[in-house]
Design a protein. Sequence first.
Length: 139
Amino acid sequence: MHVWTCAAPHNIHYLPASSEISSVFQEYLDCFRYNLRKKLSLYFKKHKTPDSAIILDLGKFDAFPIWDLSLLNSLPLPLSPTAHDLVRGFIPADLMALLMKYFTEKRAIGIVHSALFRFQNRIYKNLWSPRCDAFSAWE
């Protein structure tokens, strides 16, 4: 997790605060979460899903530990998947099970893959790549 929260400079002239880096990472995670939640909400609307099921399943969705950045710095390390696992491409089984409750397996995989690609790409372009460039310049 150090890579995403370290206050190393993006460029030679600017040293962002650690909280700023965490804020950017949180923003990207929120976009990922929003994209998945939006797909669920559109499905619920299209198929006239009962309110009780919507409340229950969106509550489960919102309670997934992958959305909680505070787990990234907790010791002992959490047994449940975290946002760090998402960056590495690991999708929690609970998330897939919830999506496959409403979508076919192929569609659920497509939804997650698309959102995950955008999430990882934002991190690569805006956090990882600038840090690599700054490190290379430092060497």
